[in-house]
Ligand binder design. Structure first.
Ligand code: G3P
Length: 224
């Protein structure tokens, strides 16, 4: 399973990249706004900055909602860097634009997916990635992880190449559950990725190994 980081923070992207396990980045307008990145020029430059840190797909979301404007904006984004993936919302115009970009060989990510039917449409249009928002489904008492399972079954039934990109991941258990089901990608906050490193028995075990090593070294010195 590929690990993407779900942020527009260059510092967090660098930190995840330094871990050696990062495969890509997803952003959205809210995440860009959180970093104070506004205005077309700054937004475009920010995407290039991200692409220069990570050697993997970087989702850049269109703001336009009308088909022609979506296509224009997506083309501008795709021209920034070969790793840019044009992120489009699950709307009629968004799906139509996904088909347009798929026909041109431009990578797309269909975002704001909350049902298996929407995921089926995204795959039929030729989306590179589909982004089911599992955390936001959990927030409304619906099992987000179950949606990943449903989409996996449907895509496997028909051999769709669209990659399931589990989004709105909130915690390490989401990551594990997505991996068990066979999601292709999980895009996660840095906190959920780094939480995977921790286990109390690892910490206790390492402490004991080092203590035993030190004791043995001290005994050796004392016996000389
Ligand atoms: O990038 C889309 C998605 O991951 C958003 O997550 O936490 O705002 O529901 P969240």
């Amino acid at each position: 399973m590929k690990f993407f980081i779900d942020t527009a923070s260059l510092a967090q992207i660098k930190e995840a990249q330094d871990l050696g396990i990062l495969d890509g980045v997803t952003t959205n307008p809210s995440l860009m706004a959180k970093e104070g990145i506004t205005g077309t020029d700054r937004v475009m430059k920010h995407y290039v900055d991200i692409c220069n840190i990570v050697d993997g797909d970087v989702s850049a979301e269109v703001i336009a909602t009308e088909y022609d404007a979506m296509v224009r904006e997506g083309e501008d984004l795709a021209a920034l860097h070969p790793n840019i993936t044009v992120k489009l919302p699950m709307t009629r115009n968004g799906v139509k634009a996904i088909k347009y970009f798929a026909d041109k060989g431009i990578k797309t990510n269909c975002t704001l997916v909350f049902s298996a039917g929407q995921a089926l449409l995204a795959a039929k249009a030729g989306a590179t990635y589909v982004s089911p928002f599992i955390g936001r489904l959990d927030d409304v008492s619906t099992d987000g992880v179950q949606l990943i399972e449903q989409i996996r079954t449907i895509y496997d039934n028909y051999g769709y190449n669209t990659q399931i990109l589990a989004a709105s991941v909130r915690h390490p258990m989401h990551i594990i559950q997505c991996a068990e089901i066979g999601a292709d990608v999980a895009t996660c906050p840095l906190s959920a990725i780094v939480a995977l490193f921790d286990h109390p028995l690892t910490a206790i075990g390492l402490e004991k190994f080092l203590a035993d090593h030190k004791k043995a070294a001290q005994q050796q010195v004392a016996s000389k």
